[in-house]
Design a protein around this ligand. Structure first.
Ligand code: DC
Length: 229
């Protein structure tokens, strides 16, 4: 069967990460988390004391990460994915609310996006991949075989994010989580460069009141229909 390129875009908390991972697992495909790449750039910029304000400076960091192959995705035997920067596991460090804001800020710079575009295309070049992000069906893989766009109400997305953070023992309030999510949505959808928008040929899925299993089944059926031609 043809090994497809599948894209899943949507805002934070829409369920796209969980579903992209589960779908990749079910199909024995590679899971590519493009948001992690922007998070790594935010972290590396901060570590290099360059901050997130200057486009040229952040783009230099992004270029250096790509050119010197400083970023790796590794898979544990239990299927967990690790994000490795300069041989350090940064999987947890890139998931803080601070790095969520940092990734959203640096990803608004066109020069930064440009530096990371080819890397994302190379990572999915062989097919057999589920790519997750904001612009994967519109910009990174406009010719993807199957595209999904997920969303859910802001309150439901904030609730999911809040529970995720609490499970990691982070001290956050629901109100702060909702506010940060709304700010991030605004930045991600209103930016000039590759804003979060549904591709015209993406399947629209509202995950607000649907279980992960139900959505997964729906995605798998679409993909199977497509791979049969
Ligand atoms: O999916 P995530 O929360 O890990 O993404 C972090 C930020 O990265 C998000 O706020 C916007 C940016 N991003 C992007 O601009 N394009 C992508 N394809 C993926 C993420």
């Amino acid at each position: 069967m043809k090994r497809l390129v599948i894209t899943i875009d949507g805002p934070g908390g829409s369920g796209k990460s969980t579903l992209a991972r589960a779908l990749a697992e079910r199909l024995s495909y590679v899971y590519l988390d493009t948001g992690a790449i922007y998070r790594v750039v935010a972290l590396a910029s901060q570590e290099a004391s360059r901050g997130w304000c200057d486009q040229g400076s952040v783009a230099d960091v992004a270029r250096d990460i790509v050119a010197r192959k400083r970023l790796r995705f590794e898979r544990d035997t239990d299927g967990t994915q690790r994000v490795v920067l300069d041989d350090h596991d940064v999987s947890a460090a890139i998931r803080t609310p601070e790095m969520s804001a940092g990734a959203s800020t640096v990803s608004a710079f066109p020069a930064v996006r440009q530096e990371l575009l080819q890397l994302q295309r190379d990572l999915g070049a062989d097919g057999g991949v589920v790519v997750e992000g904001r612009d994967t069906g519109t910009v990174v893989f406009p010719n993807a075989d199957v595209k999904f766009f997920m969303h859910a109400s802001p309150e439901e997305r904030a609730r999911r994010r809040f529970e995720e953070l609490r499970a990691k023992k982070m001290r956050v309030t629901f109100e702060d989580t909702l506010r940060e999510l709304n700010e991030r949505d605004k930045r991600d959808t209103e930016r000039q460069a590759a804003p979060l928008v549904r591709a015209h040929d993406a399947v629209d899925i509202d995950t607000t009141n649907v279980s992960i299993e139900q959505v997964l089944q729906m995605l798998a059926e679409r993909v199977e229909a497509r791979s049969r031609g």
